[in-house]
Design a protein around this ligand. Structure first.
Ligand SMILES: Cc1cc2nc3c(=O)[nH]c(=O)nc-3n(C[C@H](O)[C@H](O)[C@H](O)COP(=O)(O)OP(=O)(O)OC[C@H]3O[C@@H](n4cnc5c(N)ncnc54)[C@H](O)[C@@H]3O)c2cc1C
Length: 287
């Protein structure tokens, strides 16, 4: 049995205090938001000594602002708060469903949006593909000031952006689009979805797809866009059968990751069915 790690907690009352603590305590220090990922460190066999800097009580990271142009989400917003705030917001169904269906009620009350995005090595995050399909940007605060980065860029450059910076808020533009989120949880997979498809479509007056942003989570090590399917669907008025056929043709661009809960090939195989479910949900709704 591994000896218990030494862990200490530091409470930060402001973003500045949290950044100062991180600079002082060094690379063994980690921000602690809802703690739902951190509390499982032992299960992941991460036994290093850690300093945790609690950021959950920082007012500047709280709250959701909904305006006609965008939705600005504080990083310490819980999944439950986000799901409740978005029920009536047109075009945001992908994010609302992602927040409402992830994990279980107890975890949703604690787990934060910032933690979902910033957790390293967490491929199955529900909010990430949902925010990706809505073209979200992220705002980080660091010693060098504030920096705004599109989520899509962050996912490719995470290790250059994160150490020593705090994610403060997500900015999601409001556009005339419909969106949906389809996830496949398996009993065998325990807590996390095996594969996720989040999609947002802008439809023309004739019902044709003018633009599509389709994101896939949990299949590879990081969520990313399904660009071949986005291109194939543009300009069409697809039926469910068309979506499945195009998804089967283009799913080969993904290299599924093997995991205890599902082999990589299976994660790729279920994508056309998830694309169908997302498309049908999106097509059924007026917003
Ligand atoms: C039983 C269970 C089931 C789950 N099921 C799902 C699921 O179905 N779908 C899903 O998406 N997730 C699921 N999760 C994971 C959970 O949603 C994530 O653990 C959660 O979103 C992380 O948020 P947190 O606030 O708890 O992060 P924490 O555990 O506090 O932190 C996680 C990491 O993120 C960093 N971090 C947190 N906030 C910030 C910030 N603002 N700036 C910079 N770094 C930050 C921390 O330093 C740490 O490295 C599940 C978790 C559990 C325990």
């Amino acid at each position: 049995m591994h000896p218990p790690a030494k862990r200490s907690l530091h409470i930060a009352r402001s973003v500045t205090e949290a950044l100062e603590a991180r600079a002082r305590l060094g690379d063994n220090a980690e921000f602690f938001a809802g703690g739902t990922w951190i509390m499982r460190a032992d299960r992941r066999e991460e036994f290093e000594d850690r300093h945790y800097i609690s950021i959950g009580g920082i007012e500047a990271l709280a709250g959701i602002l909904i305006s006609k142009d965008d939705v600005v989400i504080g990083a310490s917003t819980s999944h439950a708060e986000l799901a409740a705030a978005l029920t009536e917001v047109a075009g945001f169904r992908a994010l609302q469903v992602a927040a409402e269906k992830s994990a279980n009620p107890a975890i949703r009350n604690l787990a934060t949006v910032g933690g979902n995005i910033c957790t390293g090595g967490f491929a199955a995050a529900d909010l990430v593909p949902a925010l990706l399909c809505l073209s979200a940007s992220l705002e980080f605060s660091g010693a060098d000031g504030l920096e705004r980065v599109p989520l899509e860029t962050f996912l490719k450059t995470r290790s250059a952006v994160l150490p020593g910076r705090i994610l403060t808020r997500m900015i999601v533009p409001r556009r005339p689009r419909r969106s949906a989120h389809a996830r496949l949880p398996l009993k065998k997979a325990g807590d996390y979805p095996v594969a996720i498809v989040s999609a947002s479509f802008a439809l023309g007056e004739n019902g044709a797809v003018e633009d599509a942003v389709i994101a896939v989570g949990s299949v590879e090590h990081s969520a990313r866009r399904w660009t071949a399917l986005e291109t194939a669907i543009r300009g069409l008025r697809p039926t469910s059968a068309d979506v499945v056929a195009l998804a089967k043709e283009t799913a080969g661009e993904f290299q599924g990751r093997d995991g205890v809960e599902a082999p990589g090939w299976y994660r790729v195989k279920v994508l056309p069915e998830l694309a169908r479910r997302a498309f049908e949900d999106l097509a059924e709704r007026k917003v």
